[in-house]
Ligand binder design. Structure first.
Ligand SMILES: Cc1ncc(COP(=O)(O)O)c(C=O)c1O
Length: 372
């Protein structure tokens, strides 16, 4: 075999998802591990969602609805936008892919921050685009530096708000000022994967921003069912955008990218307000508990508006990662993100949080970190 691999593809480092519980349990011969590494919801879907998905099994001989009609209608109603402004995909990752495929040609430029969600840069590499990576400033997107790096070749700017992994946000006022300085040829993508967890007053008005594009840059908001809606395994996400932009994405996407279960499960999840609100409340309770306990252990927990916390353990994060693995806990070391003494921990159930704190205390003790 003589493969000819394009140079841009050769340079790509494959995305490393967090270790799965099954993998850990096989490797270490343990059971009942806890995964708090990928910012998933620790709660199973509600009975209502499970029933809707189960009921759909007998229809699997048919392709899914390519237009995702019912789900799109529910999303549009909830956010007060036109149906034509909604594009659904196989996770919000799919939307990032559509945007880059649609608007980036070889040599075009895309601005992202570091650290932030790693997939933006990978999709750009696949297209032969150029990544301009701006370091965070004081754990936040450096909006001034982002603006200063725009040029005629810039096509897209990706901003995750809240930022993964720091949990920081941009105030709506700062965002509006920022958008007012962006040239009309640049599309600003606000990735709101964790926006459900944000305080209400911090959320920008997506409906007005996507429609009001007269003499201003287009803005796209990305949302997902993988986090607050607890449906990471179904793979559903969507984008809200001006309908002209949406029409371009529809040209590029595959027709049946969102499967039947995903369309049905996501629609019911949007309607199951009680389940959704209870998850948000439990997340807030979990954050309060973890902050208090992490402080007692001598760690610095950064304030977060997401369902995860960036924690400075004042030691080697990779070593702590391995020590916790042996105890059955999967967390994320933030070394690869440029924070070698930090870990990122997803908020778990009450039992998971307290068991994590106990095992963290033991692990910090073994390594001589924290208060030890
Ligand atoms: C900031 C951010 N955006 C997007 C995603 C992708 O989410 P999904 O493809 O599951 O919708 C993630 C996943 O962790 C994320 O952290």
């Amino acid at each position: 075999m003589k493969l000819i691999i394009p140079e841009n593809i050769q340079k790509i480092e494959p995305y490393k998802p967090g270790k799965t519980q099954a993998e850990l349990e096989r490797e270490y011969g343990i059971s009942r591990s806890v995964k708090i590494a990928s910012n998933e919801s620790p709660y199973a879907p509600s009975a209502r969602i499970v029933k809707a998905i189960t009921d759909a099994v007998t229809g699997l001989n048919r392709y899914p609805d390519a237009a995702c009609h019912d789900l799109v209608e529910t999303i549009a109603l909830k956010y007060g936008v036109q149906k034509e402004s909604v594009v659904v995909g196989n996770g919000s990752n799919d939307l990032i892919d559509f945007l880059v495929k649609t608007f980036i040609e070889k040599g075009d430029e895309v601005i992202t921050s570091h650290p932030s969600f790693l997939m933006y840069q990978k999709f750009v590499q696949v297209r032969g685009g150029i990544n301009h990576i701006i370091p965070l400033k004081d754990m936040r997107h450096d909006l001034t530096s982002i603006v200063n790096n725009i040029n005629d070749k810039t096509r897209l700017i990706f901003i995750d708000n809240p930022n993964n992994p720091t949990g920081t946000t941009i105030s709506p006022r700062d965002l509006y000022v920022f958008l007012s300085t962006i040239p009309e040829h640049v599309i600003v993508v606000i990735d709101e994967a964790y926006a459900d967890f944000m305080d209400e007053e911090l959320r920008p008005d997506a409906a007005s921003l996507i429609n009001n594009t007269n003499k201003r840059c287009p803005v796209v908001f990305l949302r997902t069912f993988s986090k607050a809606y607890g449906l990471a395994g179904l793979r559903v996400g969507y984008g809200l955008m001006n309908y002209e932009l949406a029409a371009c994405l529809h040209k590029v996407r595959q027709p049946f990218t969102v499967n039947t279960f995903a369309q049905i499960g996501a629609k019911v999840a949007l309607e199951d307000e009680e389940h959704y609100l209870s998850i948000l409340q439990k997340n807030r309770d979990g954050i309060r508990y973890l902050y208090k306990e992490l402080q007692k252990l001598g760690c610095t927990a950064y304030p977060t508006q997401g369902n995860f916390i960036l924690v400075d353990i004042k030691g080697d994060a990779d070593k702590l990662y391995k020590t916790l693995l042996r105890k059955g806990f999967i967390i994320r070391s933030m070394r690869a993100y440029g924070f070698p003494s930090c870990i990122r921990v997803t908020v778990g159930t009450e039992a998971e949080n307290s068991s994590f704190i106990n095992n963290l205390e033991k692990s910090l003790g073994e390594l001589g970190y924290g208060n030890n």
